[in-house]
Design a protein around this ligand. Structure first.
Ligand code: SF4
Length: 729
């Protein structure tokens, strides 16, 4: 598997791998060498870089080649995308259904019909015994729009359960909630990426794209080459922070106070845009009053960011003719994440940096289809088109497309963590698609116990993830290069992944799985196995909704390098830039939301005196289920570690590379120490990609944001304990 990265790639700065393999090889090493490449997109993050896939012979059936014409990444990929084909090899992925004849027995190969029959029987039996809401569905932010749409329809029409949510709730739901309440619409970035180099100042809060999506960094470099400035807010001096003109390093969990302090200074220094506030917003007096209660010295004491740094940030942001705030998981994955994002939006509104060219607030969505995945119905409170499930008009519209009585549709269900918490209690059987909560959920040890308490678990996935390994039935499904479907990238661009290679025998698509299960459960119609048919139905279901895809077709996406939603008709050009004329609220005005700083759900104390924050590294992706199966990525990032400051290391007697335990009220995670002055002395960091003893989410806190129901991954109270191993006998 490691060979995939050897010859065709050239490693560049910021972890970007420029793909040097030409699209058509004339003097290749095998008989497929002259085959043209098929244009598609990376299977991983929300940047959805364009790439080509060219069939080759061997265990890995395609190779990744350049696609320089796709405007977002211009051919560049990071190591994850460049090596993605390795997961197509039979040794890396599932190729046959697996079933456990009874609890305690090992998983064993089984035929498709027997596996599907078992799932249908178990789901029916559970609903009969315990009620429809005892059957749950858990989706993923990496599923295509077509899969997310049909999974939501399967839950509401076939199972008629309210118990459906997805792991995207863990990723950007706080930004989505704040976006909706301020602007009346949630599209992570209301402007295209190409606008970033054209603004004057970017404040990037709690994001590290130099590691998570390296090709994105070119937009930040071009911004600075054009004379713009970059301010990075992060408790760690990350690779992204090293690119910045100014780096602010607040204590984890204090970004809300920081944003309020900046707004206070904006008011105090007379930098508000009164005309914009009067003409295009509501709610300013209350938001202003809240900000004025957060004077600079108070904010310095809360955040640890010196007042001169606050003043310099305001100067850079307000002196520029246009400015942006971009947030990522740092401010969002908090028990006050929605209010924190609202505070940053308030800063944009008060300075007239929203709804104008090259200005605004945007969220750097994380998962590959984090945007589309939250628009089409796999979220507990939504129907397709980003409609609310408790809106009678929305229910009527979607029910008409589905050919069912609106009264038959269930109401809102539990959020992702609350759904996991209910396993084995209210929810007794679960169908899980493309997610690995045993590694990625907070308080993961407890979540694993909840999975074990289920009466029945079925998982469809590409690989035998840690969660799939606990299932009663595992279905091997197609992955990105083997199927066609649409994704919606972080900038709201709907793009098309194309099938480039046939899946191995024994592997079926998620759409085929849903079709087969629906048929067994009495719904022979309504679950197409052809992605384009599913998309055409999605278009009708989304028509007239906030995320309107009605005018988007596979043909248009291919011809136009993607189409930005909303796009209500075939003749509509799509909408790269939102809100330039009016915001999507009933009165067309953006809404200030008055917010106050409050502490993290768990603050340090004598027993747990440090803050833990978690995040990602360059060469792994999310729970690592795919990337941990790629040799080249494992060589670069072989396992977890605990990052701590030299002063803290000295005080605790911890040497570089020595094992250290991170202990919270929920458990302990053990990993080697990495000593660096790039982190605050009161904070430790762990990446969360691994299972086992070094699983960071064993320790994290599931405290939920009251609006978005997003868990507080980004801060909890911990202590460090050096691990002393007994000498070998
Ligand atoms: Fe794939 Fe994201 Fe890397 Fe692009 S930045 S190659 S989309 S993982």
């Amino acid at each position: 598997m490691g060979a995939a990265l050897r010859a065709p790639y050239l490693r560049c700065n910021a972890g970007v791998v420029a793909v040097k393999q030409p699209r058509r090889r004339l003097h290749g090493m095998d008989e497929t060498a002259a085959l043209p490449a098929i244009d598609t997109h990376c299977p991983y993050c929300s940047l959805q870089c364009g790439m080509g896939l060219r069939p080759v012979t061997g265990a890995v059936p395609v190779e990744v080649v350049e696609r320089p014409g796709f405007p977002v990444n211009l051919g560049a990929l990071c190591g994850k995308g460049a090596s993605a084909a390795a997961v197509l090899a039979p040794g890396a992925r599932l190729t046959t259904p697996l079933m456990r004849p009874h609890r305690g027995a090992p998983l064993a190969p089984v035929g498709w019909e027997a596996a599907l029959d078992r799932i249908a029987v178990e789901l029916s039996r559970t609903a009969e015994r315990h009620g429809r809401d005892a059957v749950g569905v858990f989706g993923g932010g990496g599923l295509t729009n077509e899969k997310a749409y049909l999974l939501g329809k399967f839950a509401r029409v076939v199972l008629r359960t309210s118990a459906i949510d997805y792991n995207g709730r863990f990723c950007m739901s706080s930004a989505a909630a704040a976006h909706s309440r301020a602007f009346g619409l949630d599209r992570g970035m209301p402007f295209p990426l190409e606008d970033i180099p054209r603004t004057g100042c970017v404040i990037l809060v709690g994001g590290n794209p130099a590691e998570t999506m390296p090709p994105f960094v070119r937009y930040l470099r071009e911004l600075r080459e054009n004379g713009g400035t970059l301010v990075v807010v992060d408790p760690r001096r990350t690779r992204t922070a090293e690119l910045a003109d100014l780096h602010l390093a607040p204590r984890p969990g204090t970004d809300l106070a920081l944003a309020l302090g900046l707004l206070h200074l904006v008011v105090a220094e007379g930098r508000t845009d009164e005309e914009f506030i009067a003409e295009r917003t509501t709610g300013w007096p209350e938001a202003r009053a809240a900000a004025m209660a957060h004077w600079p010295e108070l904010v310095e004491s809360i955040t640890g960011v010196p007042v001169p740094g606050l003043r310099e940030t305001v100067r850079l942001f307000c002196d520029a003719p246009a400015s942006m705030v971009l947030t990522a998981r740092g401010p969002e994955q908090q028990a006050k994440g929605t209010d924190t994002v609202s505070a940053w939006i308030n800063l944009c509104l008060a300075t007239g940096r929203a709804g104008r060219p090259y200005s605004g607030y945007g969220c750097l969505t994380g998962q590959g289809n984090g945007q589309g995945g939250r628009e089409h119905g796999q979220k507990a409170d939504q129907l397709p088109g980003y409609r609310r499930i408790d809106d009678p008009a929305a229910r009527r519209h979607v029910a008409a497309v589905w050919g069912v009585d609106p009264q038959s549709l269930p109401g809102p269900g539990r959020s992702a963590y609350e759904l996991l918490e209910s396993l084995g209690r209210e929810v007794r059987a679960l169908l899980l698609c493309g997610s690995n909560p045993v590694v990625s959920a907070p308080r993961a040890g407890h979540v694993a116990e909840r999975f074990a308490a289920l009466d029945f678990l079925a998982v469809s996935d590409v690989v035998l993830s840690e969660t799939a390994a606990t299932a009663d039935v595992v279905l091997p499904v197609t992955q990105w290069a083997e199927e066609t479907g649409t994704m919606t990238s972080l900038e709201g661009r709907v793009i098309l992944r194309r099938r480039a290679v046939a899946p191995p025998p024994g592997v079926r698509s998620d759409l085929e799985v849903l079709h087969a299960l629906a048929a067994r459960l009495g719904h022979g119609e309504g679950f197409p196995v052809e992605p384009e048919k599913a998309f055409d139905e999605l278009r009708r279901a989304s028509a007239g909704g906030p995320a309107d895809y009605a005018g988007i077709s596979y043909e248009r996406i291919a011809a136009e390098d993607g189409v930005f939603w909303p796009c209500p008709s075939a003749g509509h050009p799509g909408t790269p830039r939102l809100f330039l004329d009016r915001f999507a609220t009933p009165d067309g005005r953006a809404r200030f939301v008055p917010v106050q700083h409050r502490p993290a759900a768990e603050e340090p104390d004598r027993e747990y005196p440090l803050r833990l924050t978690t995040g990602r590294v360059l060469s792994q992706y999310q729970s690592g289920a795919q990337t941990r199966r790629v040799d080249a990525l494992n060589s670069a990032a072989p396992g977890p570690y605990v990052e701590l400051h030299p002063r803290l290391a000295e005080r605790l007697g911890v040497a570089e590379g020595a094992e250290v335990a991170v202990v919270s009220r929920r458990g302990r995670a053990v990993a080697p120490a990495r000593v660096t002055d790039a982190i605050r002395p009161d904070t430790v960091f762990m990446p969360f990609h691994w299972a086992g003893a070094g699983r960071a989410n064993t320790v994290t806190n599931p405290a939920l944001d009251p609006v978005s129901r997003m868990p507080e991954f980004k801060v909890c109270a911990v202590r460090l304990e050096p691990v002393v191993r007994a000498p070998a006998p």
